[in-house]
Design a protein around this ligand. Sequence first.
Ligand code: GDP
Ligand code: MG
Length: 277
Amino acid sequence: MKISVGLLLKSPERFSVPVAFSIDNGPEAMNTKNSDYPVTKSTNSDGEQTITLLLPTLNEINGMRLIIPQLQVDLFDEIIVLDGGSADGTIEYAKSQGLRVIRQKRKGLAAGIYDAVYEMQTDYVIEFSPDGNCLVEHLPELVSKLKAGFDLVVVSRYLPPAFSEDDTLITGIGNFLFTRMFRLLGQSKCTDVLGIFRGYRCRILRSKDFKHFLLGPVLEPLTSGYCAIKKLRICEIPGIEKARVGGETKNFIPYNGTCILLMFLRLMLFKLTGWKL
Ligand SMILES: Nc1nc2c(ncn2[C@@H]2O[C@H](COP(=O)(O)OP(=O)(O)O)[C@@H](O)[C@H]2O)c(=O)[nH]1
Ligand SMILES: [Mg+2]
């Protein structure tokens, strides 16, 4: 799959967003020149780092109708709707709004995002769930943090004063336990490792180590775990997760939880022994 990039003109005012770091591994943790990273396009015509907004969809017409009109498109160099086979008018609506739609080839959200990001020519990608969970208000700060040089910026649902309106008892407990476990992989006191709303350097996904640990629906927690063990710069900003708008979740919690647990154990083994199981 080859994805060409359409660069949009952006306004410089967005850089005036105040910076308030919540979690920062510190400049000494900056390690963006790992040898397993391929070289990527690093600037646009204005000499700035470039960002793709990625909107994954699978029958998300209600959320799309709510979110798309709210998007500030000039924050991004490229916007892609990544569709997993919608049959509810999502694709038609996206196209009617002038958005570029890519239909994923492999099955599953993680595989679809991985393949799309692998081909991206921008420096960063922001994953944004257009189902009502993610609030567009957080996008300017997220963009600002990425441009400040962080490798991973997570819009945390659990960093005060944020909270999740979408959690059930089970997902709330799962998020809490996994986040505490993943803290063991690095130094930072991260508060949200499972949330989709995050931005990161595209080249992180292209590293051989990252690909090795990507088995099943583990992409977002793997970005958190990978950045932690590689001592990349991680930042969190608080962001309320709203309840989804119409439609339904495609998560199958027992399967997802098992895959994430296995991935965590393999990452921990790698961290402690260097052995890639
Ligand atoms: N492209 C694509 N998008 C998907 C797939 N599964 C879910 N999505 C979309 O990804 C976003 C997050 O999925 P969701 O099921 O809401 O996950 P949850 O928020 O963790 O419950 C939503 O916008 C979904 O429509 C898939 O297989 N492919
Ligand atoms: Mg959702």
